[in-house]
Design a binder for this molecule. Structure first.
Ligand code: 8YV
Length: 321
C-alpha cells in the first residue's frame, strides 16, 4: 500500500497555481470560508505537516499543529510568521525572495516619479477639465535630489540601481554598512533623513523596525521631503505621517503599504499630497506566478526529502549528515 499523501493546510485562498499543484500531490485542507475554523483546526491540526500562508502564524497556531514541518510563506516579507518560534520547534519557514525584486523596485521608482511630478494629480486635473483654464502648477523635480534608502537589501539595491540612471545621489541606512557599496552610509536614520530629499522605506517589517519613521524623522526630512513606502506599513508612524502631510512639514508621500491593510485612513485619502496604492508591489501576473511557483517548489522539495529551496535566515537548513 502506498503512503498517504502529506496533509497541507492553506490559511487563505492561494494563487491558482499553488492550489492546483497542492491538490495534485497532497491532501489539502482550507480554513477560508469554514464556519467554525477553530473546530476544523482541532480536527485536522494534529495531522497537518505543511502550512501555506500569506499572513499571521504565531505560537498559538503552531500549538495546534504538532506535526508541522514547513511553513511556506507566499511573499518575501514574513513578518507575520514567528520564525524564531518556528525554529525553536524545528519547523522550517520559506519565503519567496528574488523573484519579486525587480517588480517591487519598478513600483518604487514609479512612486518616486508619481510623487515628485504629481502624476496622478495631473491626470485628475486634466480629467476635471481644468487644463483649458490654466496650466497644471509646476512641480518639484528629481534634478539635484538626494535619495535615502532605508534597508539596502535585494530590493533596496535594485531601487538604487534604477535611480542611479536618474542622476540622483544615493544614501542608505540599515543595521550595518554594506561591504563593497559606494553609496553614502548613515548609521542613524534621522541623520539620513536630514541629508536627503526622498526617503524610500524598503526594510523588513516586524518588531525591530516598528514605527522607525516617526515624527522626528519626518521633521528631519523637511518641507521638500517625500516619503515612499513599499515595505510594510508598520515601519511608519501613520498618525505622525498624516500630521506631517497635513501641516506641510513634508511635501508628499507615496505609499503602497499601510498599518492596517486593506483599510486606509480617510485622512490619507483626503490629502492631495499623497499617492496611494493598494499593496501592488509584486502584483503583476508574471511575478505572482513566479512567486507561486517558488512556493510550490519549496513545498514539493521539502516533502520529496530534498530540503527547502529558500529557507529564511531564522530557520537555516542543511541536509542530514
Ligand atoms: C505580498 C509582499 O506578499 O512579498 C511581500 O512581502 O508584500 C507581497 O508580495 C503579496 O501581497 C502576497 O500576498
Amino acid at each position: 500500500m502506498s503512503e498517504a499523501p502529506p496533509e497541507i493546510l492553506l490559511l487563505k485562498t492561494m494563487h491558482p497555481l499553488v492550489e492546483a499543484a497542492f491538490e495534485a500531490r497532497f491532501t489539502v485542507h482550507r480554513l477560508a470560508g469554514v464556519a467554525d475554523p477553530q473546530a476544523k483546526l482541532a480536527e485536522i491540526g494534529p495531522r497537518i505537516r505543511g502550512l501555506c500562508v500569506g499572513g499571521q502564524v504565531d505560537a498559538a497556531l503552531m500549538d495546534k499543529l504538532p506535526k508541522l514541518e514547513l511553513i511556506a510563506n507566499f511573499g518575501v516579507g514574513y513578518d507575520g510568521v514567528d520564525a524564531a518560534e518556528a525554529h525553536r520547534r524545528g519547523i522550517v519557514v520559506t519565503n519567496t525572495p528574488d523573484v519579486l525584486t525587480d517588480e517591487v523596485a519598478d513600483l518604487a521608482v514609479g512612486l518616486v516619479l508619481a510623487t515628485v511630478r504629481r502624476l496622478p494629480q495631473a491626470d485628475r486635473y486634466l480629467r476635471a477639465g481644468h487644463w483649458p483654464k490654466a496650466p497644471f502648477p509646476l512641480t518639484a523635480s528629481l534634478r539635484g535630489r538626494r535619495v535615502g534608502i532605508l534597508g539596502l537589501g535585494r530590493i533596496g539595491q535594485a531601487i538604487a540601481h534604477r535611480l542611479e540612471s536618474f542622476g540622483v545621489t544615493i544614501d542608505y541606512h540599515g543595521r550595518s554598512r554594506k561591504a563593497g557599496i559606494a553609496y553614502t552610509y548613515h548609521d542613524s536614520l534621522i541623520a539620513m533623513a536630514r541629508a536627503v530629499h526622498i526617503l524610500i522605506v524598503v526594510a523588513p517589517g516586524g518588531d525591530d523596525t516598528r514605527k522607525l519613521v516617526d515624527a522626528p524623522v519626518l521633521e528631519a526630512l523637511g518641507p521638500e521631503g517625500i516619503l515612499i513606502n513599499v515595505a510594510r506599513g508598520s515601519l511608519v508612524d501613520e498618525a505622525a505621517l498624516i500630521a506631517a502631510l497635513q501641516a506641510g512639514t513634508i511635501l508628499e508621500a507615496g505609499l503602497d503599504v499601510f498599518e492596517n491593510e486593506p483599510h486606509v485612513p480617510a485622512e490619507l485619502a483626503a490629502l492631495d499630497n499623497t499617492v496611494l496604492l493598494p499593496h501592488v508591489g509584486s502584483a503583476s501576473e508574471h511575478t505572482r506566478t513566479a512567486m507561486a511557483q517558488l512556493v510550490v517548489d519549496n513545498v514539493l522539495s521539502w516533502f520529496e526529502g530534498r530540503g527547502p529551496l529558500t529557507p529564511v535566515t531564522e530557520t537555516p537548513w542543511s541536509p542530514p549528515a
